[in-house]
Design a protein around this ligand. Sequence first.
Ligand SMILES: Nc1ncnc2c1ncn2[C@@H]1O[C@H](COP(=O)(O)OP(=O)(O)OP(=O)(O)O)[C@@H](O)[C@H]1O
Ligand SMILES: [Mg+2]
Length: 227
Amino acid sequence: MITVKDVKKIYQAGETEVKALRGINLSIDKGEFMSIAGPSGSGKTTLLNLIGCLDKADSGEITVDGVTIKKQKKKELALLRRGRIGFIFQSFNLIPVLSAYENVSFVLSLLNLPEAEVKKRTEDILTEVGLGDMMDRRPNQLSGGQQQRVAIARALVKNPLLVLADEPTANLDSKTGEDILKLMRDLNRKHNTTFIFSTHDPMVMDFADRLVLLHDGEIQSDKKKGA
Ligand SMILES: Nc1ncnc2c1ncn2[C@@H]1O[C@H](COP(=O)(O)OP(=O)(O)OP(=O)(O)O)[C@@H](O)[C@H]1O
Ligand SMILES: [Mg+2]
């Protein structure tokens, strides 16, 4: 479903070039629950941003669900992103003035769906992540773990093919982080949605069915659980 072929990314930082990715090759199937792990600066965020069509590689090719990113115009990339990819961030990135319900339903308002369907899908997914009785609360009235649940609901409400989560548990205590990972894994199993999450925490890596370790912009190892 996703292929990454010899992808390189170089950042220009003043006079110096930073080789963030030095030739990445990956093939990811539908329904995988995988982690991209590695130390700070190893290229995790860069790789997720490229797979998520938030940025473009300098060379190589990424294909997501049959669409080759390199050939797409900005507007087409935005459409691919909007329809098929959900994002979860380390700092939740919720809109502070909107309720949990509104933070989630907002995503669907971009898709031109009937109002009744927006309501049903929003309520269903918020219930599924365990926030059925907190839909009217704003982010500052929710705990960190609850805010990340809203973000997970927001990512999943459009039934994406792929969910990308950049260090989703980094701002949570370990127990709450574990609950969030279990929720993500349950949703992965139930909906067969592909999840890719980054981390540098060994406990978090352990949850993945497949672990890709990055080091200095290169893949150091790529292992499936039990293999
Ligand atoms: N916009 C940028 N301009 C210049 N250099 C950048 C930029 N973004 C990232 N880098 C550099 O590219 C390399 C990879 O960064 P990246 O953010 O992908 O790492 P990471 O694995 O996500 O790290 P962390 O665990 O700290 O989030 C680092 O050396 C970083 O300093
Ligand atoms: Mg990062």
